[in-house]
Design a protein around this ligand. Sequence first.
Ligand SMILES: [Zn+2]
Length: 626
Amino acid sequence: MPWLARGAVLVFALLAASGCGQDASTPSMTAAPLVPDIHSFARPAEARVTHVALDLHADFAARVLQGRATLTFVRRPEATELVLDTRGLEIARVLDSRQQPLAFRLDPAVEHLGQALVIALPASGDQVVVEYRTSPEAAALQWLTPAQTAGRIHPYLYSQGQAILTRTWIPTQDSPGIRQTYEASITVPRPLRVVMSAEMLTADGVDAGDGQRAYRFKMDQPVPPYLIAVAAGDIAFRALGPRTGVYTEPTMLASAASELEDLEKMIGAAESLGGPYRWGRYDVLVLPPSFPFGGMENPRLTFATPTILAGDKSLVALLAHELAHSWSGNLVTNATWSDFWLNEGFTTYFEYRIMEALYGRDRALMLATLGRNGLLREMADLPPADTRLAIDLRGRDPDDGMTSVAYEKGAALVLTIEQAVGRDRFDPWLRGYFNRHAFTSITTQQFVADLQQELIGGDAALRDRLDVTTWIEQPGLPAGAAQVASPAFGQVEAEARRFAQGARAATLDVEGWTPQQWQHLLEQLRPTPLSPAQLKDLDATHRLGDTGNSEILFAWLRVAVARQYAPAVPALERFLTTQGRRKFLKPLYEDLMASAWGQPLARRIYAQARPSYHAVSAQAIDAIVK
Ligand SMILES: [Zn+2]
């Protein structure tokens, strides 16, 4: 959020603090957020959407969703307009609750944000119906051809709403501060199945005539609209525990189910830290490889990349992360995208705690150390202003704030607080924080107020030691940040030095190494001027180009590209054309474009791969390769 708004936010924070435990199921104008969201056209203080009912038909040939959204809203009596966010939507009609047409206009498009849909409100009433269709280019939606799926027989559709892409498929107030319940009926051709981030009311769908089936869903808990998500395809299900299961294409079901078998245990570990899991079921949808993120924490149904299926559960930390979002992010949400670190910093810290509870402190420390090292590397390349936790996003795409600063600097602050007071005091505060702000969206300043009131209190020494204002407003990592260091990495660094100095790969003492140790070895070797003979020795001895572990492969390919090692190009090309995860694509394309050797490679591979990437990844790579 812009700092201009701080005064208003502090007033709101005090009001909110006195009314905790508010009942989110009875929205009223008094609960309207006072925080301006620069990434939404909505004017929620006048009229605010509280419920979305979708009735959509998926047309795979035209690549559009078509139908209606019925929006329920609360309003000031004198409000004359309801303002929604849209981007690329074709609006056919807007009706009132008696199906009478209402006047509306689409304002001129604004970069990143799309167009305001301004609806003239009648004197009374609290519902409008928007009849519309999406654009085939809707950035939230990816329509996959059968060839782009694992099964190769049926087409596939999935959505990705974060940060401000939901407006490309739903006309609503697309701000994380404007929480909405929702219901949906989605019609698809047989035999496709639909899943959503909501309670499934018709597991097998109902006949909708004409070779179509309709699937119905409802989400009674108010969520920010970026968490409304849908997928449709040849999707099978296998239960993992009483409240957990996995959805994926039939050919991936067995491997996904065995990789995710610890899911139920993971929820237990998370609950002992965050309090009861409040969303009913927790299922995971393993998507086709083009999914642009590692995971997306859509409530009740995490969307995950198949690149986590390493075969040995070594990459399940990603699911610990998405599960942790059930508390930080979904239960307590960033009010604006400048507060994104509240979602990701708390979640990254929470992820490390879950991993510690399940797999021990060593594993958690390795993950935290890899995260911290990545943060230090990325901060060295970022403009200093973008290394502040509360980032200024005026005139920018919120995706600009999705760097490791939000994740790892955020987690470093939470860890620093934990270490300053000890877990005996920290853990109850954390659980209380989730309870006090459950089902609300809060700002950085509300977090600061909560920390002050509920943990620091009158302890001036603690307040000075934590110096939260510096963490939030100043660039870089404060000097008082809690240190993280993995003892298991000391040996890795010694082996990296030996190898750099000429030791043969076969003599490295890698017995019993975890994938995280391999990752660390390769990160250590990336800046080292290794010869082609050394790279050949390393790859031939340890089969790095053939590994099924996407993190190790990624780390190896970065080493190879840094040294312009041509024999790794086939593996590089395979990796860049068979998965679409932005985290992997962006650094590799950047590395390639940094040299005259890599530029033609990047251009050739990207020309081939771009049609298979989701818009989120393609937009990021366009900026690098163009
Ligand atoms: Zn996250």
